[in-house]
Design a protein around this ligand. Sequence first.
Ligand SMILES: [Zn+2]
Length: 430
Amino acid sequence: MIIRNAEIDGKIFDVLLADGLIAEIGKELKGDPHFDAKGGALIPGLHDHHIHLNATAAAMNSVRCGPPEVSGETELIQALNKDGEGWLRGVGYHHSVAGEIDRAWLDENGPDCPVRIQHRSGRLWILNSFAMAELDITEPANGRLLDSDISLRATAQFPDLKPLIARLLSYGITGVTEVTPSNGMAEYENYLREAKPLRVSIMGRADLSAKQSQHLKLHYHDHDLPALESLAQEIKQAHAAGRNIAAHCVTRAEVMLTLAALEMAGPIYGDRIEHAAIADDAAIDWMKKLGVIVVTQPNFITEREAAYLKDVPSDEHKNLWRLKAFADAGLKLAAGSDAPFGNPNPWAAMAAAVSRPKGFEDEAVSPEAALGLYTKPANDAGAKPRKVKIGEPADLCLLDGSWAQARKNLTDVKVQATWIGGNLVYNRVD
Ligand SMILES: [Zn+2]
């Protein structure tokens, strides 16, 4: 296939795709079939470096129970009491909405069907009495189940990924990194089968092999952190098995503990810190020294602004979801949505990286730097952004206008078409 009249780095070219690769870039190339790009910018296909596919697909069939859609008790009650059948699954709850709600609150205010609401952290489910009866459990009596996701998930089949994948392709996404800590063989096989045509890298448990899963995902509990030596040992074992580690670090304690354990185990190229939500200058220096890759979520500072202003002490605001300081320090940096906890639209996240809320502006970056966080190679989030050039995989995203237009307002960017391995997998029709 030939893509005609595409803008690449500000100039118009034709691009020949053959055998899954970009075979030629030139003027007036001959061949068929062709696709008229009408001067739209042709950029590398985007990669979401941190997403939870099954949970996001399930969330698409769920009721939002937290900011920004729902921010008070009345709104929550309205959201829960819309018509529906069977289980009601709520997601994104935060205590700023209606406090520490429990089984009794749901019984009184929710619908007469089994209800389970997930806290924004992903760590807490709140169940009503119908739901507890359905799952045949009586404890805890207040219906607040901590870290019980696994037993809850066992009651459900894998969700249908097709609507989610269609949506990701429409954003110009050609690959994702699936980062759920509980991923084992069943999930691995399910993603390989169901996530096509996306390119998928999968993180997961210690029982997956290096070939199946490059990264062992480490996810600890801030109230019960592992001992330094045992964490270092776990990292060493992963390295010995030919794998990297990717550690979920949202608090200062989690970042510092992980860095200390990595230093003790001896970091290797490819080890990742997920989120680094709070990082002071000392943490940045240490991450740089250890050579770790940081995978951040530029979207959260905008999506969660109100809660941060309320809950995070103001002297800590400068350390929240940093971008410019990471880039200036020369850290290896990429980004992902953390969907379903964040919005899966990378263009909204890029816009949030460029124009941050008042008080957080110091960490803003340019539109080009924001785009670069989503165009790193699938299996090397620490590398340089990919380019549209001969010999590269034909994983491409075509915008409906020039980059000069797009960079002025990334929120409004429309993707015209997406190719993976030279195959047209999305073509927007108005
Ligand atoms: Zn995550």
